[in-house]
Design a protein around this ligand. Structure first.
Ligand code: ZN
Length: 196
């Protein structure tokens, strides 16, 4: 299991516009030591100060709350990848998208519930609600656009057809046929039991 490397080498790529949702970028971020992306007005050269998590160094605005939080989020994601990427089983993009939409919606509803319970809406609650609502809307739209549900139905239908073909083959191997009324009745009854 690999851990995040703290090594510093001169060939680091600046972590520009790092996107948490983008896997390849996440990996390249993980594999490179990040340097401050700010450029010195005086020399025109990149600052290059090492910044674990990427972005800009403290001198160049890296300690601002929003910047710091984004950096910490990147580090958390990179650490999670380092810890669990060897357990990663590729999944269908539609499945990943649907899961992301569901997870985001769970967070959103938890936030809504917390606000309802506390009976007050503070500024940061409002910010969080807005952020997650936007994310849920975006992901849900993507799921609908991708026709994920439709595809699931198609897959289920394909599997159904395969099962039907297998049943027919088994019956025929055993010398039976679905045109036999009694055989058909037994198969129908057993299949209905599955659905119940
Ligand atoms: Zn800097």
């Amino acid at each position: 299991m690999s851990r995040i490397s703290a090594a510093t080498d001169g060939q680091a790529e600046p972590a520009d516009g790092f996107d948490l949702l983008s896997g390849p970028k996440l990996m390249s971020h993980l594999n490179s030591s990040s340097r401050c992306t700010a450029t010195s007005k005086r020399t025109g050269k990149q600052c290059g100060q090492r910044v674990p998590g990427g972005g800009v160094c403290g001198w160049h605005g890296g300690s601002a709350r929003q910047v710091r939080r984004q950096r910490e989020a990147r580090l958390a994601a990179a650490e999670a990848v380092a810890m669990f990427s060897d357990q990663y089983v590729p999944r269908d993009p539609g499945e990943a998208l649907a899961a992301a939409a569901v997870n985001a919606d769970q967070v959103l509803r938890s936030l809504q519930q917390r606000v309802e319970r506390s009976g007050e809406l503070r500024a940061h609650d409002l910010d969080a609600l807005r952020t997650w609502m936007e994310l849920v809307s975006r992901l849900s739209k993507a799921v609908l656009d991708a026709g994920v549900d439709e595809r699931r139905v198609r897959i289920a239908e394909q599997q159904g057809a395969q099962v039907a073909a297998a049943i027919r083959a088994i019956l025929s191997d055993l010398g039976h046929s679905l045109s036999d009324r009694r055989v058909l009745q037994v198969v129908s009854t057993r299949l209905r039991e599955l659905q119940a």
